[in-house]
Structure formats: structure tokens, C-alpha cells
Unconditional design. Structure first.
Length: 345
């Protein structure tokens, strides 16, 4: 009975003073709901301690005796220990939450890219296959029997077959990059040789379109990389620049180095890329909109939108970076790669 009497006397004071502290803490959490998780956990730790202290103060009648002093020392010691732990734990949970959100965002973006890629590839494969089938049926049925026409049909079938082969090769290369299966044989690679090879391959296309392809560098750097993969990167950039440059335009290559990095720039005359698309030009299957038109599409069908994605993957495999921005009458694609040890020295 004494215990019950004591509780009846104590509980109203304890609840009466601790409950307002708890309500204030709940309101404070609501106000700080947009703040960091560490702040929320700190409030969650301090509110029970302050509510306990308020209840003890009410029970003791605000008389500072040995019992109240002991409780205050204990609450202070607990706060000294738990508040830093709450801050550290909150930051850790916040980092993990941010990482999980970013991972989910990357997964959704990757899934969207895969769906877009499948849609583009399905369309792009269907078109040349339909042409090959129609021309093959015409040859098989004897609809075309003149030698000149037969040769013309055969040439078209060969061109479409090469286009399909290039698309399959791009898909295979992209799958290797995505899976992290690209094996590079690093050595000292002169950018002059890489650029010369790429220009020799892409120059016929530029000439057919009336586009001037030139270089503006006399001191070519030597980088650490793999020759075949770097050549493919430059070819992809040149092909992309030529496709988007109007007739009588020009595509300019320049190279140099600063610090421990070499840079290679490809400038075209495409008219620029919409600012909201600059961050997406390296996405798989991204082709942009009409703000950056592809010229002369009738003679040179557009690719599958994999060239820049492959270029980015290969550059990253070389521990380098690739960027795109509007520059002058068009766009500038810039690659940065590590210089060779000999040139750094």
C-alpha cells in the first residue's frame, strides 16, 4: 500500500513534466524532418533524457538533493556518450540511404537504357533485314535478271550486311564494356599514329559529304593505353562528328598535354546540342532530337546510338575522361588520358 501511495503521488508529477518535453521533441522532429538524419537521431537521444530529467525535477520538487544530483550526473554522462554515437550512426545511415537511392536511380536508368536500346536495335535490325530479304527474293524469283541490276542488288545486299555486322560488333563491344571484360594491353601509344589511322578510315565518308577533315596539332603527345581501343574511340568520335556536320562544314582534331594528362579534342559544326541533352549524349542508344540534326541520312544511315557509349566505356577503361560541350559553331568532344611515363619524365 505504501508503494501504491507513493506511485500515486509521484506519477502525476513525472508525467506532467515529462510529457510536455516529449511533445516538444515530437514537434521539433517534425520541424527538422527535412534536415539530416544525424540531427533527427540526436533529437531522439536527447528527448528521453530531458524528459527523464524533467520528471525527476517534478518529483523532487526542484529540490537539489543527493538524489537529483545523482540523476543529473547520470543523464549528463549518458548524453556525453550517446549524442556522438547518434551523430556518427546518423551519418552512416544517411550515407547508406543516399547510396541506396543512387543505386536505385542508376538501376532505373540502366533499365530504361536497356529498353531504349532494345527498341532502337529492333528497329535498326529490322530495316536492313527487310531490304536484304526483298532483294534476295527478287533475285531468287528472277524478277531481276539483267547483269547490271544483279550487280547493283548484290552491292546493296553487301552494304546492308556490312551495316548489320557493324551493329552486331558494336553490341558485342558494349556488352564487354558493361560486363567489365575489356582486357587492355597498355603501352606507350603516340596519338599521332592513332589519329592518322582514324582520319584515313573516316576521310572517305567526309569527302562524300563535302566535309573538311583536318588536324591542328604539331606536337602530338604520347599516352599510356591500348592502340586498337584508342583508335576505335577516335573513329567513333570522328564518325559522330561527320554525321552531324552539314556539307561544306569542317571537323577539326587537336591534341596537347597539360600536367600529367594528354588531351584530344574533336570539334564539329553541328550547331550545338541542347543543354538538357549534353549529359545524355554518352547514354546507350541516345540519338538526341532535331536540335542536332543528322545530315545526309539518305546516303548514310544513322548508327544504333552506341558509338559514343562505347567511346566513353573505352576511355574510362584507360583511366581517362571524356566530355562534351557546345563550342563555336558546334560541339567539342574532349578526351583526357594519362601521359606515358617517358613523356611525363
Amino acid at each position: 500500500m505504501d508503494v501504491i501511495t507513493e506511485l500515486t503521488h509521484v506519477v502525476p508529477y513525472a508525467v506532467g513534466l515529462s510529457l510536455p518535453v516529449a511533445l516538444v521533441g515530437a514537434g521539433l522532429l517534425y520541424v527538422l524532418r527535412q534536415r539530416s538524419l544525424a540531427t533527427a537521431l540526436t533529437v531522439l537521444v536527447l528527448v528521453p533524457l530531458l524528459a527523464t530529467l524533467a520528471g525527476v525535477l517534478g518529483v523532487t520538487g526542484f529540490m537539489f538533493g543527493p538524489q537529483l544530483t545523482t540523476v543529473m550526473v547520470i543523464c549528463t554522462a549518458v548524453a556525453v556518450v550517446t549524442v556522438p554515437v547518434a551523430v556518427l550512426l546518423g551519418r552512416s545511415i544517411a550515407r547508406r540511404s543516399v547510396w541506396e537511392r543512387e543505386a536505385r536511380a542508376r538501376e532505373r536508368a540502366a533499365e530504361a537504357s536497356r529498353r531504349e536500346l532494345v527498341a532502337w536495335i529492333s528497329h535498326d535490325l529490322r530495316t536492313p533485314l527487310a531490304g536484304i530479304r526483298a532483294m534476295a527474293e527478287a533475285l531468287a524469283d528472277g524478277v531481276v535478271d539483267e547483269p547490271s541490276e544483279v550487280c547493283d542488288y548484290a552491292a546493296h545486299i553487301r552494304a546492308e550486311t556490312e551495316r548489320l555486322s557493324g551493329m552486331v560488333e558494336d553490341l558485342f563491344e558494349l556488352s564487354r564494356i558493361t560486363a567489365g571484360a575489356v582486357q587492355l594491353d597498355f603501352s606507350a601509344v603516340p596519338l599521332r599514329d592513332v589519329v592518322s589511322e582514324a582520319v584515313a578510315v573516316e576521310n572517305p565518308l567526309a569527302q562524300r559529304r563535302g566535309i573538311q577533315l583536318r588536324t591542328e596539332t604539331s606536337d602530338w603527345p604520347v599516352v599510356t593505353g591500348s592502340d586498337p581501343e584508342l583508335a576505335r574511340v577516335v573513329r567513333n568520335l570522328l564518325s559522330n562528328a561527320i554525321r552531324h556536320t552539314p556539307p561544306e562544314g569542317s571537323v577539326v582534331l587537336a591534341a596537347g598535354h597539360d600536367g600529367a594528362q594528354a588531351w584530344l579534342r574533336v570539334d564539329d559544326a553541328c550547331g550545338g546540342i541542347a543543354p538538357d541533352e549534353l549529359d545524355r549524349v554518352f547514354d546507350v542508344a541516345f540519338r538526341g532530337n532535331k536540335s542536332r540534326p543528322q545530315h545526309d541520312e539518305a546516303r548514310e544511315p544513322a548508327g544504333a546510338g552506341l558509338g559514343l557509349a562505347i567511346a566513353r566505356g573505352l576511355v574510362q577503361a584507360h583511366h581517362g575522361t571524356i566530355t562534351a560541350r557546345n563550342h563555336g559553331p558546334g560541339c567539342r568532344f574532349e578526351i583526357r588520358l594519362p601521359l606515358s611515363a617517358a613523356q611525363r619524365g
